[in-house]
Design a protein around this ligand. Structure first.
Ligand code: ARG
Ligand code: ZN
Ligand code: CA
Length: 254
């Protein structure tokens, strides 16, 4: 499809102690980051190395906190649920009221984002298109969400949500999810073949899998580098996200 697609978002804040009940300002800061990153309006895209800069692309996806809830009533697009659970995992418990979380809103109308405490060093996780409806969406650690409040360096620039929503729109990890091998693929033609994930803030170039001289596109949102080091999606990734919006996610967005 041409033009922009606007995705209504519901943020489910699931909190045990007061600090986890993040502020509206912190939520708004995350929506602003998603909109900057997905429209290529992020100022730091200018830090992409010259050989990769021409591949940086506008995804044409826009995010807006929902203004109507599933019952047709006005909403600010945020639900707040107190829980007894001291740290969730990737088992989807946060997505159900029966297990101390909050139920999903219909995925054909909303992108569900759960924000909570996660254990085990997990920053977030996502469900790809085609999974069960009641667990559809992304989960983000509260201290890796947005740019203010409890957001903590080096994951305080909102890029965990940028990354996880990429998965929700069918993007794979840029290294092909094959451990450190060179045989995996992200099914995107304009991202270099890459061995394993990169972490921190690598120096350019970082060569693997004979991908020199430019090496890994570690500054891509679908790598594992720190927030300040990830700045772009590629044209090929945008094609893949748009295919998801025309296919398995065609019900959502206008
Ligand atoms: N699912 C990944 C993890 O939990 C998210 C990585 C996000 N990276 C980032 N720089 N924010 O490790
Ligand atoms: Zn990921
Ligand atoms: Ca690989």
């Amino acid at each position: 499809r041409s033009g922009c697609t606007e995705i209504p978002v519901v943020v489910h804040v699931v909190w045990r102690v007061a600090a986890e009940n993040i502020s509206q300002a912190q939520i708004d800061s995350q929506i602003a980051v998603l909109n900057a990153d997905y429209r290529k309006h992020n100022a730091d895209v200018s830090s992409a190395p010259a050989p990769f800069a021409p591949l940086a692309a506008d995804s044409r996806v826009v995010f807006k906190l929902a203004t109507t809830d599933p019952n047709g009533n006005p909403t600010n697009g945020v639900t707040r649920t107190q829980t007894q659970v001291n740290g969730f995992s990737d088992d989807d418990a946060v997505k159900s009221a029966a297990t101390g979380g909050a139920n999903a809103w219909p995925r054909d109308q909303y992108l569900n984002i759960w924000v909570c405490k996660l254990g085990g060093g997990l920053l977030g996780y996502a469900q790809f298109p085609g999974g069960p409806a009641n667990t559809d969406g992304v989960v983000i650690l509260h201290s890796a969400f947005g740019t203010s409040g409890t957001a903590a360096a080096p994951f305080n620039l909102g890029r965990t949500a940028t990354h996880e929503v990429g998965h929700w729109l069918n993007l794979r990890h840029i290294w092909g999810d094959d451990g450190d091998g060179c045989g995996g693929s992200d099914f995107v033609a304009d991202t270099p073949n890459q061995a394993g994930p990169n972490f921190g803030a690598p120096a350019f170039p970082h060569v693997s899998c004979s991908n020199g001289p430019n090496g890994d596109m570690f500054m891509n949102y679908m790598d594992y580098v720190d927030d300040r080091a990830m700045v772009m999606f590629t044209t090929g990734q945008v094609t893949r996200m748009q295919a998801a919006l025309d296919g398995p996610r065609s019900a959502i967005g206008h």
